[in-house]
Design a protein around this ligand. Structure first.
Ligand code: TA6
Length: 304
């Protein structure tokens, strides 16, 4: 894998993007423009920081995260692919697939005319073949960073047979106090509650509020989820394209204590709102040569 010096020679953008050694010695791209700052690790192509100028950080990161080639970074936006959660048959397989544990290759960086920074990463089945999912594929992940954050995950089937997979942008959002936020956009949707193992229908008109451990897979949510944070006087808009389900997750007290890379009280200041194509009903199938792009855009507006 190229070192920061080699990456800067090929991809640095003067005054806007440079590569450096981050936590744990893992290589990351640091972005700083008049619009925002950000940090993206090549490990998992995981964005860990995004902060529009004048805003509090929008992505949450655990202070206890690992930064180790063999482990997932806790926070930011992990890429879950080609399966979500535990592997269907191999219990020893990594949760949420191998994409977030892999070194992705930087393939492009550019400064757009509107001042946004675009950085693209690639993961290929030719470099990361897994007996658990032996497909020939190419994943292209493009981040467009400015006053908004656009994340586009394109999967291409490079094999001669149909492939099926799950995917998610497992977005950790930073909140002031998860007990006081309101989530709009999931009303009147059906969801599977992983806590009680049953299917439910969301309240018809009231926004979702978090009052305990929450782990829900909502089906057919609309194109936009709004997270209202009264104490930060802001609303984070999660706009989704080609995402069949939305996961809402907060581990709350007991689950937080069970995770070594998650502080006991960190649950208060985070909430995952994840853009997904998961479960048997919504996993994706691609014919040979076909492509699919899951796109999520985060925007922050004042809470009026
Ligand atoms: O997206 C929610 C979830 O599937 C939860 O069930 C919990 O496992 C969370 O992901 C975190 O998973 P991780 O493997 O990153 O600890």
């Amino acid at each position: 894998m190229p070192n920061p010096t080699q990456l800067n020679h090929a991809f640095a953008l003067a005054g806007a993007l440079r590569f450096t050694a981050g936590n744990g010695g893992l290589t990351c791209a640091r972005i700083a423009t008049s619009a925002a700052t950000a940090c993206v690790y090549l490990h998992g192509a995981q964005i860990t920081e995004w902060q529009p100028r004048g805003q509090a950080p929008v992505l949450w990161m655990s202070a206890h995260s690992n930064y180790d080639a063999g482990k997932a970074i806790r926070g930011g936006v992990p890429i879950c692919f080609p399966w979500f959660g535990p592997h269907s048959t191999q219990k020893a397989a990594p949760a949420h697939g191998f994409a977030r544990l892999s070194n992705w290759q930087v393939v492009d960086t550019r400064l757009l005319d509107d001042g946004r920074i675009e950085i693209s990463f690639q993961l290929s089945g030719r470099t990361i073949s897994s007996p658990l999912w032996p497909a020939d594929f190419t994943a292209l992940y493009t981040l467009t960073i400015g006053v908004s954050l656009e994340m586009a995950l394109q999967i291409e089937n490079r094999s001669l047979r149909t492939i099926s997979f799950e995917e998610a942008l497992h977005t950790y959002l930073a909140v002031s106090d998860v007990r006081r936020v309101r989530i709009h956009g999931l009303e009147q949707t059906d969801y599977f509650d992983k806590i009680d193992g049953r299917s439910h229908r969301a309240d018809d008109k009231n926004p979702l509020m978090i009052t305990g451990e929450t782990d829900r897979i909502h089906a057919d949510s609309g194109p936009e989820i709004r997270l209202e944070d009264p104490d930060l006087a802001r609303c984070i808009i999660v706009a989704k394209q080609h995402s069949a389900n939305t996961v809402v997750w907060n581990p709350w007290i007991a689950k937080s204590r069970q995770m070594s890379d998650f502080g006991d009280d960190e649950w208060i200041q985070m909430l995952c709102i994840e853009s997904c194509n998961i479960t048997h009903d919504s996993a994706l199938t691609l014919a040979p040569g076909a492509r699919h792009t899951l796109r999520t855009t985060l925007t922050v507006i004042p809470l009026t």
